[in-house]
Design a protein around this ligand. Structure first.
Ligand code: ADP
Ligand code: MG
Length: 228
């Protein structure tokens, strides 16, 4: 379980508070108006921003732990693939920044590429892959890291809605297999509605996860505005 206890991020013109729990294995959309603090919320969990309060994973206090030592994988808007590296190498980076892998680690990279349907594409560079295939490489890198928490900040933004939905379904199905918890920042209502739970970020606070259907059926003011 992910727990945030009186977390407070302070910027010069902005503050974000959060006290909430996310059950292990939950798939949660993080929604709210532009500039409300959705990315800041993920950054506090990831440790990219210093915050007051405590962030705990399975009762273990992560506060003061550097991002690299926290149990998450993150995907940003662009997939952060390195253009000069092959699909295999881009995935291998998830295991070792030096790209020096043991035979067992190489097998894990192969297995992750196979899981996302990219067997045979190992030697291709991103420019030689379609947008969807690039997305799959990025997902394979998340897979190979085997982390308990997957943080997605408006991922696959370069893809159209259909392909983006396909990528998110792939992330979710692999997360179901591993039991990973998924937090997805999105400004797409349809995308958010497919997640069972929602965290609303508005008015300087991230709210505890609520049932998505119930929240959309009876939306608070901040969500109404966002739903347009
Ligand atoms: P969202 O992802 O919901 O669009 P952000 O988390 O990016 O919102 O931003 C929330 C608020 O914090 C905004 O007012 C933004 O200008 C401010 N902010 C974000 N990052 C920083 C930073 N590094 N330094 C100062 N202010 C920031
Ligand atoms: Mg953002």
């Amino acid at each position: 379980m992910l727990e945030l206890e009186r977390v407070l991020v302070v910027y010069p013109d902005y503050r974000l508070r959060a006290t909430l729990k996310v059950p292990t294995g939950a798939h949660v959309a993080v929604v709210g108006p532009s500039g409300a603090g959705k990315s800041t919320f993920l950054a506090a969990i990831a440790g990219f921003e210093t915050s007051e309060g405590r962030v705990l994973w399975d009762r273990q206090d992560l506060s003061g732990t550097r991002p690299g030592a926290r149990p998450f994988s993150m995907l940003f808007q662009d997939n952060n693939l390195f253009p000069h590296l092959t699909a295999f190498e881009n995935v291998a980076l998830g295991i070792s920044p030096s790209l020096r892998l043991t035979a067992a680690e190489k097998a894990r990279v192969e297995a992750a590429l196979a899981r996302v349907g990219l067997t045979g594409f190992e030697a291709r560079k991103p420019a030689q892959l379609s947008g969807g295939q690039q997305g799959r490489v990025a997902i394979a890198r998340v897979l190979v890291q085997g982390r308990a928490l997957i943080l997605l900040d408006e991922p696959f933004a370069a893809l159209g809605p259909a392909l983006r939905a396909e990528m998110l379904e792939l992330v979710r199905s692999t997360a179901r297999e591993s039991g990973a918890t998924v937090l997805l920042v999105t400004h797409d209502l349809a995308e958010a509605a497919r997640m069972p739970l929602m965290i609303l970020v508005a008015n300087g606070a991230a709210e505890p996860p609520a049932d998505s259907a119930a929240l959309l059926a009876n939306p608070p003011e901040a969500l109404k505005g966002w739903m347009g």
